[in-house]
Design a protein around this ligand. Structure first.
Ligand SMILES: [Zn+2]
Length: 211
C-alpha cells in the first residue's frame, strides 16, 4: 500500500472511531456540524471532478453555479472553524501496523507507542480548548476531517445499517463487517424455509378472510 493510502486509512479509521465512541456533548455536536458541512463540500468537489471529464460548453456555467454554492458552504464552515485554535508542533511519528490508528493518551491527547521514521508536523490543540472530547481531542478530529476533504476521501467515511461508522477501504464497501454483510445478504435473500412459511401464512390468512 502506498504511504498516502496508509495515511488515509489511519485518518479514516480515526474519524470512524471518534464517531463510534464519543458520547453526545458540545464537542461531538461541533464535530458533527463540521463533518456535515465538509460532506457538502466533498459532494460538490466530486460533482466538479465528473464535470471536468465531460468538457461540454455548459461546463463554465455549471462551474459558476457550483462556486456560488461552495462559497456559501465554506463561509459557514469557516465560521464553525473559528472556534478552534492550534499550535504547530514537530514530532517523531509512531510506527503502527497498517490500518490501526495509534492509541491516544487521554490525559495529554498525544499518541503513545513506539516512535520511528521521518519527523512530521502535528497541530496541537491550544491549552484553552473550547470543546472537550472524551476520546480524541476535537481539534485533531476536525483537522483530520478537513484533510480528508482536501484529499477528496471524505465520502469513504460511512455509516453501516447497524449504526456503526467505518472507513470504506474500497468504494464498493457499504457495511462495517463480515457479520453485517451476512445479515444484509440474509435479509435480501430469505431462505427457502422462510419464504415457504410466508406463503403458508398468507394462504391461511386469505382463507380466513373468505369465511
Ligand atoms: Zn454494521
Amino acid at each position: 500500500m502506498a504511504k498516502n493510502e496508509i495515511n488515509r486509512l489511519h485518518m479514516g479509521k480515526l474519524i470512524a472511531q471518534y464517531l463510534n465512541l464519543e458520547k453526545p456533548g458540545p464537542a461531538r455536536t461541533e464535530v458533527e456540524k463540521i463533518f456535515e458541512l465538509s460532506r457538502q463540500v466533498d459532494r460538490l468537489q466530486r460533482e466538479y471532478d465528473s464535470d471536468m471529464s465531460d468538457g461540454s460548453r455548459a461546463f463554465a456555467e455549471r462551474l459558476y453555479r457550483r462556486n456560488a454554492k461552495l462559497r456559501s458552504i465554506l463561509s459557514a464552515l469557516n465560521r464553525a472553524l473559528d472556534h478552534f485554535a492550534f499550535s504547530p508542533q514537530m514530532y517523531i511519528p509512531l510506527m503502527t501496523a497498517a490500518g490501526s490508528p495509534a492509541p491516544v493518551d487521554k490525559a495529554t491527547g498525544w499518541t503513545v507507542g513506539l516512535e520511528g521514521g521521518h519527523v512530521a508536523v502535528s497541530w496541537k490543540p491550544q491549552e484553552m480548548a473550547t470543546f472537550k472530547s472524551e476520546t480524541y481531542p476535537a481539534e485533531s478530529i476536525v483537522k483530520t476531517l478537513l484533510e480528508l476533504t482536501e484529499m477528496g476521501a471524505l465520502s469513504r467515511i460511512r455509516q453501516c445499517f447497524c449504526g456503526k461508522w467505518f472507513y470504506a477501504e474500497s468504494n464498493k464497501k457499504e457495511v462495517c463487517s463480515d457479520a453485517c454483510r451476512a445479515r444484509k445478504f440474509n435479509t435480501n435473500n430469505p431462505t427457502y424455509h422462510q419464504q415457504h412459511a410466508k406463503k403458508l401464512t398468507k394462504g391461511k390468512h386469505a382463507k380466513t378472510k373468505k369465511r
